[in-house]
Write a protein of this length. Structure first.
Length: 377
C-alpha cells in the first residue's frame, strides 16, 4: 500500500523533513499544502524531498478560511482512499492545522506532531504515543531547506589532520603564552591570503622577531613544515599553508573536536549563497557547521584580539554576523557559538549571552570538547 504524508508548509521546514527520513514513517509520496505566501519555501522543500527519491505533489490551500481548508483536506482523503495517509500537523497557520487535524481525526487517520525541542514525534491520532527520533538530517539538506546552496567547503585529509594536530594542541595547551604573538603573526600572514601565486613570503620586522613568544611561534610553525624562516623572511610553500597559519588551524581544532562527538554531520569552511540571490552578491561562509539531533550548529572561530577601536567592531560585527547566520541557516532551531583564541572581556561575554550565543575563549579552550558537548545537549 502506498504511504502518503500530507505536510503543512510553513517558514520552518525541518519538522516536515524529519519524519520523511525515519524508516517507520518514510512515505512513497508527499502532498504539500501550500498557502500563497509559502511558494518559495515549498520550492525548497520539494527540491530536498525529490532529492531523496520521494514523489511530491502540491495542493493550494486557503490559510485563513476554515471551511475551505477543510474541503481541501476532504478532497485529498477522497482521492487517496486506497493509500495509507499520514498528516504531519506541525506546520501551517493555526487555522490550516486545525482544519486538517479535524478532518483527518474524523476519518481515523494517523496524525503526527514533530517536537524538535524535545526530540520526539507525537502521534496524536488515532491513539497517542511518542516516537523518539535520531539525527537524520545532514548539513547540506539543512542548508538547502533554508534556501542556502553550498558552493564549496574546506577539506582536510586524515593524513593532514594527523600531521597538524600536534602543532594545534601545542598552541592550545599554552595559549596564554602566544596570544600577543598570534596577534603579531596574523598581521603578517593575513595579507598573504589575498595572494594567488607563489611567492608567499613576508619580511619580519626585527623588533617583532626579538620578542621571545613571537620567535617561539615562528619556530613551532617551522618545525611542523608550515613555513620557513630565513634572513628576516617567512615563506610558505602554498596558499593552503598560508590559510592554515592565519587562523585555519583553529578551525581545524574545532572541526576535529566536533568530529569526536556523536554528531550527524560536520563541515568546515563552508561557503554558501542564497538560492534566490544573484551570484554577484557577497557569499556567506561558516567556519564550522554541523548537525546534531536534527538541529544546525554554527561555530565562528577567531584568533584576532579585539582591543582599542576594534572593541566596537567586535560588538557590531562578529556577534551580529553570527546571530544573523544562525537565524538564516538554522531558523528557530539553529544555535551559534564563538570560539576565540584570545580572552574575551566580561562585557563581550554578556553581549554574546544576550544574543543567545555560546562562547569559549582562551581560558577554557583546552576543554572545548566538554563545552561543545554541554552546549549541544
Amino acid at each position: 500500500m502506498t504511504r502518503i504524508h500530507v505536510c503543512l508548509v510553513s517558514a520552518q521546514p525541518i519538522p516536515n523533513l524529519i519524519p520523511l527520513r525515519m524508516e517507520e514513517l518514510r512515505p512513497d509520496r508527499v502532498i504539500l499544502l501550500v498557502s500563497p505566501d509559502m511558494k518559495i519555501q515549498a520550492d525548497r522543500l520539494e527540491k530536498v524531498i525529490k532529492g531523496w527519491g520521494i514523489k511530491v505533489e502540491r495542493v493550494p490551500v486557503a490559510p485563513y478560511d476554515l471551511d475551505a481548508a477543510r474541503d481541501t483536506c476532504m478532497k485529498i482523503l477522497t482521492e487517496n482512499r486506497d493509500s495509507e495517509i499520514i498528516l504531519n500537523a506541525t506546520g501551517g497557520t493555526k487555522i490550516m492545522a486545525f482544519a486538517a487535524f479535524e478532518v483527518f481525526r474524523e476519518f481515523g487517520k494517523k496524525i503526527i506532531y514533530v517536537d524538535t525541542q524535545d526530540k520526539w514525534i507525537q502521534t496524536l491520532s488515532p491513539k497517542q504515543q511518542q516516537i523518539n527520533f535520531k539525527g537524520v538530517l545532514k548539513v547540506p539538506t539543512y542548508l538547502n531547506a533554508y534556501g542556502q546552496i553550498i558552493l564549496q567547503e574546506r577539506t582536510v585529509t586524515d593524513t593532514e589532520l594527523k600531521e597538524h594536530l600536534p602543532l594545534i594542541k601545542e598552541l592550545v595547551k599554552i595559549c596564554e603564552t602566544y596570544q600577543d604573538a598570534i596577534k603579531i603573526f596574523n598581521s603578517y600572514v593575513a595579507t598573504l591570503r589575498k595572494e594567488k601565486t607563489f611567492h608567499y613570503e613576508k619580511k619580519i620586522e626585527q623588533r617583532d622577531y626579538e620578542k621571545q613568544s613571537f620567535r617561539q611561534l615562528i619556530d613551532i610553525f617551522e618545525s611542523h613544515k608550515i613555513l620557513k624562516y630565513n634572513n628576516g623572511l617567512i615563506s610558505f610553500p602554498d596558499l593552503k599553508n598560508v590559510e592554515f597559519a592565519s587562523g585555519g588551524w583553529l578551525e581545524e581544532y574545532v572541526f576535529y573536536t566536533v568530529g569526536t562527538l556523536p554528531v550527524t554531520d560536520v563541515r568546515m569552511g563552508v561557503e554558501v549563497k542564497l538560492d534566490n540571490i544573484s551570484s554577484r552578491l557577497p557569499m556567506n561562509e561558516y567556519d564550522v557547521v554541523f548537525t546534531y539531533n536534527n538541529r544546525l550548529f554554527l561555530i565562528e572561530c577567531k584568533t584576532k584580539r579585539f582591543e582599542g577601536a576594534d572593541r566596537g567592531i567586535f560588538n557590531n560585527e562578529p556577534i551580529y554576523k553570527l546571530e544573523n547566520l544562525r537565524d538564516a541557516a538554522g531558523g528557530i532551531y539553529g544555535k551559534g557559538m564563538l570560539v576565540s583564541y584570545q580572552k574575551l572581556t566580561d562585557a563581550q561575554k554578556m553581549r554574546l549571552s544576550a544574543n543567545r550565543l555560546a562562547f569559549c575563549d582562551s581560558s577554557d579552550l583546552k576543554n572545548l570538547k566538554s563545552r561543545i558537548a554541554k552546549w549541544i545537549n
